[in-house]
Design a protein. Structure first.
Length: 237
């Protein structure tokens, strides 16, 4: 998978000035353990106490990027991101290094939303708008194999503000699966996601996994990360 992760896309000469390197977000057995993410070993969801939102301003409504600047600028040197095109901005965000997982990306998704855990020398100078696309994934047994057939239907798309402070990104909580429909959550930049951008197949949590979600591969320029959470009773679908 793309990461390491997973789950990167030198871009422009301007991008080369801001990238710390393009490596993939991997999936450690525990987010704070320092292990890389992988398709077979995803991180447990961060606890609220371990990663509180550090933004000094009030949380914006879901889907709204706060206007203006934060009440106080990041204490460390920061990187100006305004004016970067989607390719350069994707490279910058995917090159951010994690403060507690040295070989992984700082911006990543799990089943509870998007998180930023950043080394203190790399924050953006201002919040960066990132799009989150949520899709219902209807599951049914495939007639010609032992696997499943997946059918996508858009749920909603929101724009959230990433950085400059660490913590869970406000408004990134995904909808929950229901019935025989799972949820695919994709963080991306650039043009709208269309069905042809989405994976033809999706992995499912193994029967002995302690997690009920998996990392998903969405191979399109501008995609930062993606996770898939099937419904609880998917084996009966």
């Amino acid at each position: 998978m793309r990461r390491l992760r997973l789950p990167a896309p030198a871009f422009l000469s301007l991008c080369a000035l801001v990238l710390a390197g393009c490596s993939g977000v991997g999936s450690g057995a525990d987010i704070g353990a320092g292990a890389p993410r992988s398709k077979t070993s995803a991180p447990a969801s961060p606890s609220a106490s371990a990663s509180p939102s550090a933004s000094p301003s009030a949380a914006a409504p879901s889907g709204v990027v706060p206007s203006g600047t934060p009440a106080s600028a990041p204490a460390a040197p920061c990187t100006a991101t305004k004016g970067l095109d989607p390719a350069a901005l994707t490279g910058y965000l995917k090159g951010l290094k994690s403060s507690d997982r040295t070989d992984s990306e700082a911006l990543f998704m799990v089943d509870t939303g998007m998180y930023l855990r950043l080394v203190k020398t790399q924050p953006p100078c201002e919040p960066v708008p990132v799009r989150l696309g949520y899709f219902r994934v209807e599951m049914s047994h495939s007639a010609d194999s032992a696997g499943y057939k997946f059918t996508y239907a858009p749920i909603r798309t929101v724009t959230v503000a990433v950085g400059p402070y660490d913590g869970k990104v406000d408004g990134s909580e995904p909808p929950q699966p229901s019935g025989c429909g799972g949820v695919l959550s994709v963080a991306y930049l650039g043009r709208d996601l269309v069905e042809s951008d989405l994976p033809h197949t999706l992995q499912l949590p193994s029967a002995d996994s302690t997690l009920d979600w998996v990392i998903a591969d969405v191979e399109r320029d501008g995609v930062l990360d993606a996770v898939f959470k099937p419904p609880a009773g998917f084996r009966g679908c």
